[in-house]
Design a protein around this ligand. Structure first.
Ligand SMILES: *Cc1c(COP(=O)(O)O)cnc(C)c1O
Length: 292
């Protein structure tokens, strides 16, 4: 709940990407994502704040108007919509075109994936540890919505670097295993390989990485972005009981998955942290569609 562009994991990741942009000599930011993308909205916001040009390439299959896409327009982003199979080529062409005309574009992977995004959640893990010290408690479980797995990779890297014993559980919102979990593990390895004080395989073993990476694909429902009555009820209940906005694509699905996991595994008398990964504009899209 950091106070920038509705907070969330894309705001945390983007802060670090823009540190690099601010320290470099760039005049364009290029990224990709759908019209529902929290990442694209935050990147467009941070670019606009700095007077940098922002280009967003998105799939025409998911290009309906949402609060995120309206904000991207407000931020003056150039939005290029192409069929999903042309997204990758369009990005390459756009970057070439900008460079050839003398511009200096900075490219950010969709969702803020990559070591910089992972680092943002190693830092978040450190904030959680500080919160535990300040409040004299320890979380036995940490739950959150896992998509590209960057958020999860950062948290697990934090846990491995500090040698903590607890369960960090990513609730997959779309990907199935083994791929979903493999992507998280790849991001963890990639980050730790770049860490100067860590020798992979010795200081931190493959077995430890494997043991700590819990990516549950039991609660994906009908796939990415697919809503159902159970998720909608969870969103309503969280709003009424906690005054907390959840959305059907990420946080609502993960919150429901967490509740089910706790019940199915008879977890009792434990301290549980649910990380709200943001996406409040999506909550308002859902609110417009909600049964009354
Ligand atoms: C992108 C996103 C996620 C998934 O984060 P990853 O780091 O890609 O796993 C979760 N929740 C919200 C609200 C998001 O926007």
């Amino acid at each position: 709940m950091i106070p920038y562009s509705f907070g969330g994991n894309k705001a945390r990741k983007s802060q670090l990407f823009f540190e690099e942009i601010d320290n470099g000599d760039y005049d364009y930011v290029v990224t990709y994502g759908s019209s529902h993308s929290n990442h694209c909205r935050v990147v467009a916001n941070m670019a606009a704040e700095r007077g940098l040009k922002c280009v967003i390439i998105g799939p025409s299959e998911v290009s309906d108007s949402t609060y995120n896409s309206i904000m991207m327009e407000v931020f003056g982003a150039e939005i290029i919509v192409v069929p999903v199979e042309e997204v990758s080529r369009t990005i390459d062409n756009k970057l070439d075109e900008l460079r050839q005309s003398g511009h200096r574009p900075y490219f950010i992977m969709g969702g803020g994936h990559g070591n910089i995004g992972t680092k943002a959640y190693v830092r978040c893990y450190e904030e959680i540890k500080q919160f535990e010290i300040d409040n004299d408690l320890e979380f036995d479980y940490i739950f959150f919505a896992s998509g590209t797995g960057t958020t999860q990779a950062g948290l697990v890297c934090g846990q491995l670097l500090y040698g903590d014993d607890r369960k960090i559980i990513g609730i997959s919102i779309a990907r199935k295993n083994p791929r979903g979990r493999d992507v998280v593990i790849d991001s963890i390895r990639e980050f730790l390989e770049a860490e100067p004080n860590v020798e992979l395989g010795k200081d931190i073993t493959e077995d430890e990485i494997s043991e700590k990476t819990i990516f549950l694909d039991d609660y994906t429902g009908d796939g990415y972005g697919a809503d159902n009555v159970e998720i909608e009820d969870t969103i309503q209940k969280a709003l009424i009981m906690y005054g907390m906005p959840l959305d059907s694509t990420y946080t609502g699905k993960a919150f429901l998955g967490m509740e089910k996991y706790i019940r199915e595994n008879h977890i009792e008398d434990k301290n549980i942290l649910f990380i709200h990964t943001g996406g409040t504009p999506l909550f308002f899209d859902d609110l417009n569609k909600m049964r009354r």
